[in-house]
Design a protein around this ligand. Sequence first.
Ligand code: 13P
Ligand code: SF4
Length: 305
Amino acid sequence: MNIREIQEEICRLKKERDFCILAHSYQARDIAEIADFTGDSYALSVKAKSTPQQNILMCGVRFMAETVKILSPEKNVYLSNPVAGCPMAEQMDKELIRQVKLAYPDHTVVAYINTTAELKTICDVCVTSSSAVKIVSQLSNDQILFIPDCNLGAYVQKQLPEKKIKLLQGGCPIHASVTQKDVLTAKKAHPHALMLVHPECKPVVCDAADYIGSTSGIVQYAMESPEKEFIIGTEISIAETLQNACPEKRFYPLSKKLICENMKSTTLMDVYHCLKDGEGAEINLDNRTISKARMCIDRMIALGG
Ligand code: 13P
Ligand code: SF4
């Protein structure tokens, strides 16, 4: 079978087996084409609540599939490649955060959605990169403990100087690898390009950007902009997606290091075998974890909508 035939077979199987396929914006083009919905972490969370199908296949990383299960516990939820995890989500465990909470008992604990379901059970509210500023601004408590991404937390702090945000040293190893030197090199090579970056990048990188936003935010900004050249400061797939969507514009990755092996590990064949042979990892969470973790995700959706 060629790629087109595999895609057609996936579309036939997903109808026959009552599957909805959700794909994060970082997924490859051949996967995005067969997905029922693509988007950033926030949009995927909202969508997870309302899919009519009984089975959901997440093409992305494990915390995204867990979020779907938490929001739709009555459904069967699968992660298309069992080894696709987000290293940031594994950086801080429940015991560590329990200890930190003891040191900061008056703080509201804000968890980036890139955390495990287990860790979410002891947090107050979740945020995504596209909703963090909006959500933190609405919290009545000005004392915030923001975990785990110190770069996203620093970005929120800059937008909301009235809040006192305590940060821990976590973050995305891919986005945090971009340096000021990378920025200078890219700007020198493309002096007329606008620079669009994800807030998981370091403050020194964000400070030099023309726009800071989530994966979908970057895509939307570049597509709607009348400008013709863009330096893209997020995972390299977004520059590829934009280049396919807007052939008359030019997109340059901010750094060659912006490759997330975990997001790239899912292939079209993984999706095919999940639907045909039952491969993939079913997400199982106990009821207690689901109900406790759900509180902070529901709060995120209520405040972020
Ligand atoms: P978004 O919230 O922009 O989808 O980001 C998710 C992510 O993992 C970025 O690295
Ligand atoms: Fe996690 Fe970073 Fe990969 Fe996003 S790009 S999934 S935050 S490791």
